[in-house]
Design a protein around this ligand. Structure first.
Ligand code: PMT
Length: 399
């Protein structure tokens, strides 16, 4: 693989030399791009000697006028280590004022980002918001480790070990194209059920789990149709999005795209109840107590289970207790091939978090717990297990 290594200006820049050495041992070619600040910590000569290539630094050198475009096109993975808070902000907001930030915008392949900084800078809401943007864009973040930092403080912020970063880079090259030829239909996010023209009932779903699935499926070569409720996420690259608001609209879009689908995943948190007759005008506030009579929404997953064509059907179960038992119950009552059970009673996993911890319950009777990991990693494991499951089901039915 042809790798671009971007080095940011932090004390951890010295570790990037070890990373360059490791990548040189494993990959075809490594080209290094340094920011001006990085040059203050490590000499470009160090990287030139390790990689056998001139180090790219100056966007404005005459002979390099469009070199960032050529370099972006020639290489397969961009890894940035250490990524400073400044670089994360530039990448998140699309600023392009030096070789590395310009290259980042011109580069269309997978990006691996290994941040390193002071613990307070790492925890700052601005840094976390920038990271959320980059994660939502599908970029791999190699989390910093916790420990003693160069600034004298202790906590998260230390650059991950070069070996860990090199593994994350290698992972990009191994990206399987095992979903090529498939159409994966995914629902994500909440639904909003209006009570009048200005009020609605909804839930805490951010859409992150469903978007991670869409991104993973597209990266593995699938055509992806994402039926999305209202969320604040950028759609993953290459994914077709159908926007909906209510459970009824979600059902319509799912049924419209169903004939083409070979895998259907219902990660959306669909409201279970709605007002079937919504008042056309805003309901006036009175001193009197108000009660709502709600009707059940269409259960889309149950309908998909009843129709059960040639597609693999994967549901989710959001539970606050007995996750595995409830997931198995939903698998059976809704006739699914797999149900992904997740605990939604806390704040570290489930709704809104970038992490999840799930148990996969399969129609073969198997139960596969997956350790806590990013939603993107969990998404990858769901597809690994779904493809294996389909092989088993085909073998069992003699196909
Ligand atoms: O969006 P995030 O913030 O990343 O959070 C992710 C998540 C917690 C929302 C996700 O991982 C998840 O669990 N999604 C399913 C939430 C849910 O509605 O669970 P449920 O147990 O109420 O429903 C079971 C299944 O039936 C789900 O696949 C759901 O999509 C489906 N359903 C439910 C009601 C309905 N009317 N129609 C449906 O199709």
């Amino acid at each position: 693989m042809k790798i671009l290594l971007g080095v940011g200006g932090g004390i951890a820049a010295y570790k990037a030399a070890e990373l360059a050495r490791l990548l040189m041992q494993r990959e075809d070619r490594v080209r290094v791009v340094m920011t001006r600040a990085a040059e203050k910590f490590v000499q470009p000569l160090t990287f030139a000697a390790l990689t056998g290539h001139k180090v790219l630094t100056d966007l404005f050198a005459i002979e390099d006028a469009i070199e960032h475009i050529a370099v972006a096109q020639e290489n397969e993975v961009l890894v940035v280590a250490p990524a400073t808070a400044d670089l994360l902000a530039k990448f998140a907001h699309g600023l392009a004022d030096d070789f590395l930030s310009t290259l980042y915008l011109a580069f269309t392949g997978p990006v691996v980002i290994a941040p390193a900084m002071n613990v307070n800078m790492w925890r700052h809401p601005a840094t976390q918001a920038n990271l959320a943007v980059l994660r939502a864009r599908g970029q791999t973040i190699v989390e910093p480790e916790s420990g003693y930092l160069a600034c004298g403080m202790t906590g998260p912020g230390r650059l991950a070990e070069p070996e860990t970063i090199a593994r994350a880079v290698a992972e990009q090259g191994r990206l399987k194209q095992d979903l090529e030829g498939e159409t994966v239909l995914i629902t994500a996010g909440p639904t909003q059920e209006p009570l009048d023209p200005v009020r609605y009932i909804s839930n805490r779903s951010s859409g992150k789990m469903g978007y991670a699935l869409a991104e993973a499926a597209a990266a593995r070569g699938a055509r992806v149709v994402l039926v999305s409720g209202p969320v604040h996420l950028a759609p993953p690259r290459g994914v077709e999005v159908a926007w909906v608001r209510t459970a009824v609209e979600m059902r319509e879009k799912v049924m419209e795209h169903l004939p083409a689908a070979s895998i259907v995943i219902k990660a959306a948190a669909v409201a279970d109840f709605h007002l079937s007759k919504v008042p056309p005008q805003k309901v006036k506030k009175t001193a009197a107590r108000v009660s709502l009579e709600l009707d059940p929404t269409p259960d889309i997953l149950a309908e998909l289970g009843r129709r059960k064509g040639d597609y693999l059907l994967i549901g989710f179960a959001a539970e606050t207790e007995n996750v595995q038992q409830e997931a198995r119950r939903k698998l059976e009552t809704k006739n699914c091939d797999m149900v992904v059970g997740n605990y939604v009673g806390g704040s570290e996993t489930g709704f809104e978090s970038d992490l999840n911890e799930v148990v996969l319950v399969l129609s073969t009777g198997e139960t596969i717990p997956l350790e806590r990991a990013t939603k993107r990693e969990i998404a990858g494991r769901i597809f690994d297990e779904a493809l294996l499951l389909r092989l088993k089901l085909h073998a069992a039915h003699g196909r």
